[in-house]
Write a protein that binds this ligand. Structure first.
Ligand code: SAH
Ligand code: SF4
Ligand code: F3S
Length: 475
């Protein structure tokens, strides 16, 4: 099903009229939601919608939601309450605001949203937003006909129906290559909200990457819930794995940096490990979630690997690319986790030495196996473990950043810095860097001497005017 009507006209578009309408998109959750929000704006652009930084007075507001942890739906309802007031004042002024809820809460709790917030016009899941033009047309036609809900998992892939990106993403860009998840970790809602694993074909990924580079992107991050499970159809009809795709994309001229996230340890194959060794554009920073260092917990989580498997994998990656810096995700307090299990996580962290990491208290997600499991861990234990783990991870991150001081690093300048007169960018290891410099450096890769380290960022000064240097390691 395409976004346009059968005669090729876009619903709601009146030729010759001022069709500009304000669209405001609020994005919560992972980078895939960030990408989806951009693509929703692309889909709506032919209807005359242009992005607006504020919801006030907007003709359409999309709340793109996340269901991964905590009080996800309560957060949605409280935001909807706020948006309802804006919708009412727009109506009082004789206008109309179309209010849509998208993303993973919409997928999981669409019916509940319409029940509790009947003023919502459209509820749509992550796999149906290519149909937004029709949904908007239906919602506009039928103020009385009730809200529009589209939370099925269509047989068609939305990517086949999305228009080309209209607004440039900037120096760094996201590109979703893989969707959904078949792994069913005990704690996780993603397989239920995003559906089964699906990979985009090579040709459409390469075309989008070229378009992004043409629009000024120098760095592309390939996205997927299990991005390294990607296996897409090549033009020859054969199936490629992620390593082959990375090599293909690295050949695009002017594309300086490639990253991918989020990967699963089980899908890290030999070819991908080798690519880290010999594809210079592939940045030496990898987000590789492990969740726990206890084999008992890893089994309970259905991760299907052991702590030792993870450590061996890290060794192999570092053999391929010695300066590789690692990041990870951790969950403390999964049902059944004991003090001994938690200590095993601390041990693993000490052994790997992470450059950065995210850690969370286990959160019961409705409909997931762990939610109903016995031996739920009490809040005080979860709190204490999270604090201990975060203190260790903070120390490791601080040490990693401190070790960069005095080095010269290659920085991709992405925008203005924190202070006036500063520019900001990222190291190959994804650390934010601020330095004095003029804004015409934005969109270049420059050599920067690192002068000071903070917990989450670095401060530097221009080392030379020439582009691209070789020294990249700093840990
Ligand atoms: N696909 C990725 C993770 C996606 S979700 C992977 O397999 O690693 C991002 C992170 O949120 C997870 O890695 C996990 O650490 C955290 N998370 C997911 N469900 C959670 C839950 N129920 N409670 C706490 N943290 C959770
Ligand atoms: Fe969730 Fe596990 Fe799938 Fe990651 S691999 S998205 S944690 S079910
Ligand atoms: Fe959240 Fe859905 Fe992403 S639950 S983390 S927005 S896949």
């Amino acid at each position: 099903m395409s976004g346009n009507s059968a005669d090729g006209r876009v619903p709601g578009f009146v030729p010759g009229a001022d069709n500009r309408k304000k669209l405001h998109v609020i994005t919560w959750g992972c980078q895939m939601n960030v990408y989806d929000s951009l693509r929703m704006a692309d889909v709506l652009a032919p209807l005359g919608f242009t992005s607006s930084p504020l919801p006030d007075g907007a003709d359409m507001v999309i709340l793109n939601t996340c269901h991964i942890r905590d009080k996800a739906s309560e957060k949605v309802f409280s935001e909807l309450g706020r948006l309802r007031l804006l919708k009412q004042s727009k109506e009082a002024a004789g206008g109309r605001m179309v209010l849509a809820v998208a993303g993973c809460v919409a997928q999981a709790e669409g019916a509940e949203i319409l029940l509790r917030a009947p003023y919502v016009d459209i509820v749509l899941g992550p796999q149906t937003y290519h149909r937004l033009p029709e949904m908007v047309a239906r919602a506009s036609r039928a103020a009385k006909g009730g809200p529009v809900i589209e939370t099925d998992f269509p047989t068609e892939q939305k990517f086949d129906f999305l228009p080309e990106a209209s607004a440039p993403q900037g120096v760094t860009a996201f590109l979703t290559i893989q969707e959904g998840c078949d792994k069913f970790c005990s704690f996780c809602v993603v397989p239920y909200t995003r559906g089964v694993e699906a990979s985009r074909p090579v040709a459409s990924i390469v075309a989008e990457a070229r378009k992004l580079v043409g629009q000024g992107a120098l760095e592309i991050t390939l996205l997927g819930q299990n991005v390294n499970a990607w296996h897409g159809e090549a033009p020859s009809g054969s199936t490629w794995g992620l390593a082959r795709l990375v090599r293909e994309l690295a050949g695009i001229s002017n594309l300086l940096r490639l990253r991918y996230t989020t990967s699963h340890p089980r899908d890290m194959d030999d070819a991908l490990i080798a690519a880290h060794g010999d594809v210079p554009a592939l940045m030496p920073f990898l987000h590789l979630p492990v969740q726990s260092g206890s084999d008992r917990m890893l089994a309970a989580m259905n991760r299907k690997h052991t702590a030792e498997d993870y450590l061996r994998l890290v060794d192999r990656l570092r053999d391929a690319r010695p300066e590789l810096a690692l990041s990870s995700d951790f969950i403390v307090g999964h049902p059944g986790e004991t003090e001994t299990d938690f200590e095993a996580t601390m041990d693993l962290v000490r052994k790997v030495n992470f450059a950065q990491a995210f850690s969370f208290k286990y959160s019961q997600r409705p409909g997931t196996p762990a939610a109903g499991a016995p031996h739920q861990v009490g809040e005080p234990d979860k709190d204490r473990r999270l604090q201990a783990l975060q203190a260790l991870l903070r120390d490791q991150q601080g040490a990693f950043n401190a070790a960069c001081v005095g080095r010269t690093m290659s920085i991709l300048v992405t925008g203005p810095g924190r202070q006036p007169g500063q520019i900001g960018g990222r190291t190959p290891f994804l650390q934010p860097v601020h330095l004095p410099g003029s804004l015409d450096r934005i969109g270049t890769e420059i050599s920067v001497r690192i002068d000071a380290a903070r917990q989450n960022s670095l401060v530097g000064s221009l080392a030379s005017t020439s582009n691209l240097i070789q020294e990249r390691a700093c840990a």
